[in-house]
Every structure is written in structure tokens, then in C-alpha cells.
Design a protein around this ligand. Structure first.
Ligand code: SF4
Length: 500
């Protein structure tokens, strides 16, 4: 079978430029893993990097026309309801008969399968969860002329307006999978991404990792030896020394998880590499972090999420503020300044809780770096289909959906003052992002003296947050006119500071 896998272009609407939830980072290797499996099964597989290569939909159609695949697989990523251009492209492919069958896969495709099959007639099926095995089964069936077979993990229309599928079980032994296929575009990234494990033993209400892998999903790790085999291959073929583990949770649970991390560190140490990981604060232990830093750990993202225990309980984070602070201390002791996940604004936040969060960030020196400050002083809880939060808000009748898609919901803030602060910070941090987009994305070189300007903008952001919070605590009223004035003033001040 001739199979073409597409990473489509991704467009972000300006007002959501500070939201990073279009897809988990771990999804970046889904296409590579699917390609690895399909190649092992003897299929002729090509990958079109519409996103990394900056292709237009016309160019993508040309590529499909040149290959005329039996199956076009599309890694569908959430685009804040801007899917129409992609759907039009797929309709074009279908109407020209450029591909016999189109299947979608990925986090968005899994959790919005019904919407996708309803909105885009060109899509014949959607792979639910991990793509490797259902895709291989789909290709095998297609080789006998059956393009929408009933195989576990494949959602298809049921003929009466609904969809039908049977969930597959998560893959048990990850070492049994072929290594992911890597494209030239992937090698142009500053680091080679790796996936050392899948799933998570946590159950945070806002997270869609486990709903992607399905019921019974749990943390599954590759063996340290299998991971190192892949790293060695990349070093010997490309000479790369920078890696990033895109695992949602690098550490497995408990003592076993720590022992595995120590084994990985021992194997990586002689290889002279630098790498980054993501993890939970309760897995940050002195001995393990020391060994990982010794082996090349330079970057880590930890999900702190909140500065107060009640909020962590609401999110079912299964961690405490004390654990957050302990993790920060251990990481800094070993010379690693962490990047942090933080949800400042939850639908149920009170003004008092926002104050506690703010004091937590100040006390822990998390408001000194502009990109971090911009994130932590802004982040709203994003509510995506498949998460517990989505389900709970829907049950309570508080979930607001737009008619175009049911994938992302919003919930009104319970507290009107919190809503005001959240609105102001959303608008102001979006302004920072639009000023800095070119520099932060590496497309524009920052001017000399940029650091001083960053520091100034950072101070402005912290000040506007604190002043507004204090005013709201004192009972000051903010109508639309006052909010607009505040935002415009901040924009003017930042514009003058960041003028290039
Ligand atoms: S710790 Fe929570 S947010 Fe992070 S991957 Fe696990 S469930 Fe998701």
C-alpha cells in the first residue's frame, strides 16, 4: 500500500497566541511512530511536513497529487476552530480522487472524532488513541479492498448519523514498537525529540493525556536500553547531542520509576548529551535529579499548577504546595531553573486564591523572567473534550460550547472580580506575545539592550497584575471603559519600551 502521512499547517488565532494546549508535546512523534510501524509491515510510506516545512494547502495538494496514495493519514491538531482550510483541502483531495481513503489520528482527532466525521465528509475514518496498530490493520484491510474495516481503534460512520468504534487496549510493551521515522524537517529542530514513555499515572482534571490512551491507560515506559539504542542511532547518523523527552511524565510511579530514571542517567552519562524532560513535582528527588543533571539534564518543565492546596485538590493534582516548593528547591540546588506549568485562573477561583497564587509565585522567584511571567500571570484553565473538567462542568450545566465545535468549552468564572482580572491579563499578555512573537520564535534577532527592556516589561506586567488585584480586593469597580483604558495604557507603555 502507498501511504502518505500529513502534518498539516497549524494556524493560531491572535487572541489565543498565549495558549499552548492545541496538542500535547508528546504528539509530535505520532506520525513518526505510525510511519515506523507501517514501514515494518511492508508499506510504502511518505511523510509531508506541512507544518514544519511551512507548506500551503495548494502545495500539500500538489504533493498528494504526485504520490496518489492508497491511504492519506492526517495527524489532526486542534486549531481553535480554524479547521475549515484543512477540511477544504481534504475535500479537494477526495473530489479529485487523489487518495482512495483518508483517515485522521491524534489527540484532537481522538477526542473530537464525532465532530470531525460530521464536519468533513472526506474523512473516512478516525483512529482513536495510539495510531500504530489500528493503522497497520487499516492498511492490511485496504490491501484487500476494504477501506473502512471494523477494527478496534477505528471510528467510522454508522449510517444513521452517529459513529461506531471499539477502543483498542493501550500497547503493553513499547520496546516492541519500531523506532519512529524522522524527517529532515524534524532534524532541523534545535533538539531531537524522544518519547521514552506514554501515559501518566496522574489524573489531573484538566489533562487529556489519559483519555487519548483510553480506559485502563497507565504510565508505560520503554526500557532504558531501548531508549539509548535510539539515541545512539541519532548520534551516529546525525551527530546530534541535544535531546528532549516529550513524555508527559518522564518518571514512572514510585521507587521503580526513580530506579528506571537512575538507570537512564547511568546509560546517558558517557554519551555527552544535553537533554530536557517534563515531570510531576512529587517525582523530583535529590538523588535522581543529581544523577540526571550529571548525565546532561539541562531543562525541565514541572507542573506546579497552583500555589494553594485547595486548588491542587480541585484539579486532582495529587500534589501539595510543599511538594511544589521542595521540587523548586531541589532543581535549583542542582543548577536547573525549571519552566513551570501554572493555572492562575480556574473557573472556581476566588480573589483570595488568586492572591495566594500571586504570593506563591513571588515567594518562589517565579516572576523574574518575562516568558515565564507572561505565562503564569495569565493562564486560564483550558477545558478540552475528554478531560474530567469538561465532563464535570457539563454535568453542572456550566460548560459553554460554540456551535462550530464541541471540542473546547469555556466556563464562566464563578467570581466576577476574578473574571475582570483574567480578562485584563489575557489582553495584556496577548499584547506582549504579539510584540515578542518574532523574537521568541527565533524569526527575529533581538536588539542589543533587549534584556533590560525585557526586565522593564516584566516589572510592568507584575505591577499591573498586583495593582489590579489590590484594587479589586478593595472593592473597586472595573467597567468595560476602564478595562479598555488600562489595557491601552499598558500597550502604549510596552510599545515604547519594546520599540525596535
Ligand atoms: S501529571 Fe497531570 S497534567 Fe501531567 S500528564 Fe499526568 S495527568 Fe496530565
Amino acid at each position: 500500500m502507498k501511504i502518505l502521512l500529513l502534518e498539516h499547517p497549524r494556524s493560531i488565532i491572535p487572541e489565543r497566541c498565549n495558549d499552548i494546549a492545541n496538542t500535547p508535546l508528546s504528539s509530535c512523534l505520532l506520525t513518526g511512530y505510525a510511519a515506523g510501524m507501517l514501514k515494518r509491515e511492508g508499506h510504502d510510506v511518505s511523510i509531508v511536513e506541512g507544518y514544519l516545512d511551512g507548506l500551503s494547502y495548494e502545495e500539500i495538494q500538489d504533493r498528494v497529487r504526485a504520490i496518489k496514495p492508497d491511504i492519506l493519514g492526517v495527524h489532526m491538531v486542534y486549531q481553535w476552530r480554524r479547521d475549515l482550510a484543512l477540511f477544504d483541502c481534504l475535500e479537494g483531495v477526495k473530489s479529485e480522487a487523489l487518495a482512495s481513503s483518508i483517515t485522521a489520528y491524534g489527540f484532537f482527532a481522538t477526542n473530537a472524532s464525532k465532530d470531525i466525521l460530521k464536519s468533513c465528509c472526506a474523512v473516512d475514518s478516525v483512529i482513536i488513541g495510539e495510531p500504530e496498530v489500528p493503522f497497520a490493520n487499516l492498511a492490511e484491510a485496504a490491501s484487500t479492498g476494504i477501506y473502512t474495516p471494523c477494527v478496534p481503534g477505528l471510528a467510522v460512520r454508522d449510517g444513521s448519523g452517529g459513529i461506531k468504534y471499539q477502543r483498542q487496549k493501550p500497547i503493553e510493551h513499547l520496546d516492541s514498537l519500531p523506532l519512529p521515522v524522522r524527517t529532515e524537517a524534524m532534524y532541523r529542530l534545535p533538539e531531537a525529540n524522544l518519547l521514552g514513555s506514554r501515559g501518566c499515572y496522574g489524573k489531573c482534571t484538566f489533562c487529556s493525556i489519559n483519555s487519548f490512551y483510553g480506559l485502563g491507560s497507565r504510565w508505560r515506559g520503554r526500557s532504558p536500553e531501548n531508549i539509548v539504542e535510539e539515541i545512539d542511532e541519532i548520534i551516529s547518523e546525525r551527530g546530534l547531542r541535544e535531546f528532549y523527552f516529550t513524555d508527559p511524565n518522564f518518571f514512572g510511579p514510585g521507587q521503580k520509576g526513580q530506579e528506571r530514571a537512575l538507570r537512564i542517567a547511568a546509560l546517558l552519562k558517557p554519551r555527552d548529551i544535553r537533554f530536557g524532560i517534563e515531570g510531576r513535582v512529587n517525582d523530583i528527588h535529590d538523588k535522581t535529579i543529581g544523577a540526571l543533571v550529571d548525565a546532561g539534564l539541562r531543562h525541565i518543565l514541572v507542573g506546579l499548577e497552583s500555589g494553594q492546596d485547595e486548588s491542587l485538590r480541585r484539579m486532582n493534582k495529587m500534589t501539595t504546595v510543599a511538594q511544589n516548593e521542595r521540587a523548586l528547591h531541589i532543581l535549583r540546588k542542582h543548577g536547573v531553573e525549571p519552566n513551570v506549568g501554572f493555572i492562575m485562573f480556574e473557573p472556581d477561583s476566588s480573589l483570595q486564591e488568586i492572591r495566594i497564587n500571586f504570593e506563591f509565585l513571588k515567594r518562589n522567584d517565579l516572576l523574574n523572567n518575562l516568558p515565564v511571567t507572561t505565562n503564569v500571570l495569565y493562564h486560564h484553565q483550558i477545558v478540552l473534550e475528554g478531560t474530567q473538567a469538561y465532563h464535570n462542568l457539563q454535568k453542572e450545566g456550566r460548560l459553554q460550547l460554540q456551535t462550530a465545535s464541541s471540542y473546547e468549552g469555556t466556563a464562566y468564572f464563578k467570581n466576577p472580580e476574578v473574571a475582570v482580572l483574567a480578562d485584563i491579563m489575557r489582553q495584556i499578555t496577548n499584547i506582549v506575545f504579539s510584540f515578542m512573537e518574532g523574537i521568541w520564535s527565533g524569526k527575529v534577532i533581538g536588539h542589543v539592550g533587549m534584556l533590560e527592556r525585557y526586565i522593564k516589561v516584566n516589572c510592568m506586567l507584575v505591577k499591573v497584575f498586583e495593582d489590579t488585584l489590590t484594587a479589586l480586593e478593595a472593592g473597586e469597580q472595573f467597567d468595560e471603559k476602564k478595562i479598555t483604558f488600562l489595557v491601552r495604557e499598558a500597550e502604549k507603555e510596552m510599545g515604547e519600551t519594546l520599540k525596535l
